[in-house]
Design a protein around this ligand. Structure first.
Ligand code: ATP
Ligand code: MG
Length: 419
């Protein structure tokens, strides 16, 4: 006999039979228990009026006969009732009445009792597990960098300010500067971390609190070494999800295609040309817009390519810490796009002290604000590079979700600070 615990999501009484469906951690589909009054009147009376949402544990075993398509059938000896809801469910968990996005986000913690919604969160956990597995196997060391910081890496406009005793501080928008500082003593590090970005706009692909898989590696020859790590990591994650979560993918109706490495690489200039041929206007020296990224996604899809790198971004669109190529116009920066969405950015960093100071000044930043960071470049900083891979972006593309908010249980965006 085993005990399985969970929540009643459906209950139907037909004549003398009560059929309950209980969501548990054990299976993707609910456990189905039929209780017949002529077999066990006591159990039948206990079950027949239970409200949807009740938390129960079932003592019993898997039925030798599995006839229900709706879930795993159990023969119950007893059902223990732990908590009945005091109010009716605010959302329909069976999904017959589709909820508005707003309601869906508010009650996501309840909605994930539904096997489909639940699958997204389970795959999210699997993505992170696979990432750790891959990076650990490759000898990367997990590190933690501060989330309360004095300066930002990606520019002042998107920083959340917090009071830090007598002074002002910010929430970290990226572990960039710290993971680089660690390159003075480790050659391979990674961090799985939240990013906080005060981007005011409300888009389908931005959150104000999101998670990244951040990697930095030293003693590299060029950004190609970093791209190799990233493409192999992403292929490991995507192929791992396909292999280990086929049921979840099926529940979500997602037919994910395995990725093989190496990914295709195109230069930023080439991408611009392809886009201009399609009639898009691309402003000189700027990052690609969302529309441009999407269009490039469909151009690449026509070539049967879902994941691809864009290399050699204009220096004007890159962070100060990227290495500039000799002629000064391009940075050793790349993006990884997956189905027309940027999922990661990375590149080779500037490791030479004088050049780094020069870059800061060129970007209109004051070297004195970055003193603690710059100092690290005085004590034997090797050539290095890395990337930040967005967890929610990767999930969004992999699962073909049209809104990034669906990749997480508790959303932080322009209007949501609760739940
Ligand atoms: P975008 O241009 O799409 O706003 P970004 O270039 O500013 O993104 P990066 O600084 O390159 O973002 O951050 C590394 C990765 O983190 C991105 O490629 C993306 O996957 C993810 N990311 C960045 N900002 C957000 C955000 N606001 N919400 C969700 N994911 C994000
Ligand atoms: Mg980017």
């Amino acid at each position: 006999m085993v005990r399985i615990c969970g929540w009643i999501v459906r209950l139907k009484v037909v004549g003398r039979v009560a059929i309950t469906e209980v969501v548990t951690d054990l299976y993707n589909k609910p456990v189905v228990v039929a209780v017949k009054s002529d077999r066990d009147l006591e159990l039948f009376s206990k079950v027949k009026d239970l409200p949807i949402g009740t938390a129960v544990c079932i003592d019993g075993e898997v039925s030798p006969e599995q006839r229900s398509k709706r879930g795993v059938e159990y023969l119950a000896k007893d059902i223990r009732i732990y908590a009945k809801p005091s109010e009716s469910m605010p959302v329909d968990l069976v999904g017959k009445v589709p909820a508005l996005l707003d309601t869906r986000i508010k009650y996501r913690y309840l909605l994930i009792r539904n096997p489909v919604e639940r699958s997204i969160i389970k795959i999210r956990a699997l993505v992170l597990k696979l990432a750790r597995e891959f990076l650990e196997n490759r000898g990367f060391i997990e590190v933690h960098t501060p989330k309360i910081v004095a300066a930002g890496a990606e520019g002042g406009a998107t920083l959340f300010q917090v009071k830090y005793f007598e002074s002002n501080a910010y929430l970290s928008q990226s572990p960039q500067l710290y993971k680089q500082m660690l390159m003075t003593s480790f050659s391979k590090v990674y961090e799985i971390t939240p990013y906080f970005r005060a981007e005011k706009f409300n888009t389908k692909r931005h959150l104000n609190e999101s998670w990244g898989i951040d990697v930095e590696q030293g003693f590299i020859d060029s950004e190609e070494d970093v791209m190799k790590t990233l493409e192999e990591l992403v292929a490991y994650i995507v192929n791992g999800v396909i292999e280990r979560a086929p049921e979840e993918l099926e529940l979500l109706g997602v037919e994910a295609r395995p990725l093989s490495t190496p990914f295709k690489r195109i230069d930023f200039r080439e991408a611009v040309e392809l886009l201009m041929n399609r009639g898009l206007e691309i402003p000189e020296g700027e990052d690609l817009s969302e529309a441009a990224e999407r269009e490039l996604g469909s151009i690449m899809a026509e070539k049967n390519c879902e994941a691809y790198f864009i290399k050699k971004f204009p220096w004007t669109s890159a962070g100060f810490y990227y290495m500039r190529d000799e002629e000064g116009f391009t940075a050793r920066k790349f993006d990884l796009d997956y189905k027309g969405l940027e999922v990661a950015s990375g590149g080779q960093r500037e490791h030479r002290y004088e050049k780094l100071v020069e870059s800061l000044k060129l970007k209109g930043l004051s070297p004195s604000d970055f003193e603690y960071y710059l100092e690290a470049f005085k004590y034997g900083m090797p050539p290095h590079g890395g990337f930040g891979l967005g967890v929610e972006r990767l999930l969004m593309s992999l699962l073909n979700l049209d809104n990034i908010r669906l990749t997480t249980v508790f959303v932080r965006d322009r209007t949501r600070l609760t739940p």
